[in-house]
Design a protein around this ligand. Structure first.
Ligand SMILES: [Zn+2]
Length: 282
């Protein structure tokens, strides 16, 4: 692992903190940022300080167990989840945590971001799962995210916020922006109508682009067939997901109709014909 320049990284952490605060991703002293600068050193934001108003000397240096190596302020109690990410993912160099409003609202509603609505989000972000609720500051929090660290690039924390990670600070931060952007699009689309998912047979192309860019992790699958890019339900798959009940409706309407379902369709067609005929009688 190449050692990064500590002072330069401290300045970058302050800059990202300012952006997070300006974009409403954190209120008051919320949120935390960390960068792993060597095998055993992590630079991280202090507790009790607004991330919008930090200066480089406020940044704390800790070891892989969270023990302070240098710095006069205390690291956040949420550092535990950052440390878990670094322990499970040696390739990760930065972790960002915030409470962006829309993504956090999804976490409050018990929803992750797991549908294919926007091509660039399928490619760069993939599925953002929802981790179980855990009391902030306790070891329950790192325990709740561990199962998602290997196969995802971001996670929503139930009733809490979002956590993202990446090969450097910019990648981790941009993933946070993408999580909030994704949540905003789904929210607005649901207000306007029933969001349509990207057709399953087109998902395979996005998966290929993703692989060619060296991005790993779980991508959304088609509601009808459960795979990305080779839809068993055929080309007619444009599943609508207005609500949980319409997900199952979309599933049954896009899947190969069972004999019972096609019989029912016949009956509906015949009844409709009779009703229309009756209406047109003089
Ligand atoms: Zn938090």
């Amino acid at each position: 692992m190449d050692n990064l320049n500590a002072f330069q990284v401290k300045r970058e952490i302050c800059e990202i903190g300012r952006r997070m605060y300006e974009r409403n991703y954190v209120a008051a002293n919320d949120g935390n940022i960390s960068v792993r600068i060597s095998d055993r050193e992590i630079l991280t934001t202090p507790t009790g300080v607004s991330k919008g108003f930090m200066t480089p000397e406020m940044i704390v240096c800790v070891d892989m167990d969270g023990k302070v190596i240098s710095g006069s302020l205390k690291p956040s109690s949420e550092l535990k989840m950052h440390l878990r990410v670094y322990r499970e993912r040696p390739d990760v160099r930065s972790v960002v945590h915030a409470h962006p409003i829309t993504a956090t609202a999804f976490s409050v509603c018990g929803m992750g971001l797991d549908k294919a609505f926007m091509p660039e989000l399928v490619v760069t972000l993939g599925v953002v799962p929802l981790a179980d609720y855990a009391t902030p500051g306790t070891t329950e929090v790192p325990d709740s995210i561990t199962q998602y660290l290997k196969d995802y690039n971001a996670v929503l924390l139930a009733h809490h916020g979002a956590l993202t990670w990446g090969k450097d600070l910019m990648e981790a931060y941009f993933r946070l922006e993408s999580v909030e952007f994704s949540a905003q699009i789904v929210w607005k689309a649901r207000m306007i109508g029933s969001p349509n998912q990207i057709p399953c047979e087109k998902l395979g192309e996005l998966v290929k682009i993703r692989e060619s860019m060296g991005i790993h992790g779980v991508v959304p699958t088609c509601d009808a067939c459960g795979v990305s890019g080779s839809c068993a339900a055929g080309a007619s798959n444009t599943a609508r997901i207005g609500s949980a009940s319409s997900v199952s409706a979309a599933r049954s309407s896009t899947a190969q109709p069972s004999p019972a379902a096609s019989e029912l369709e016949d009956i509906v067609a015949r009844v409709t014909e009779r009703v229309v005929a009756a209406l047109h009688k003089p």
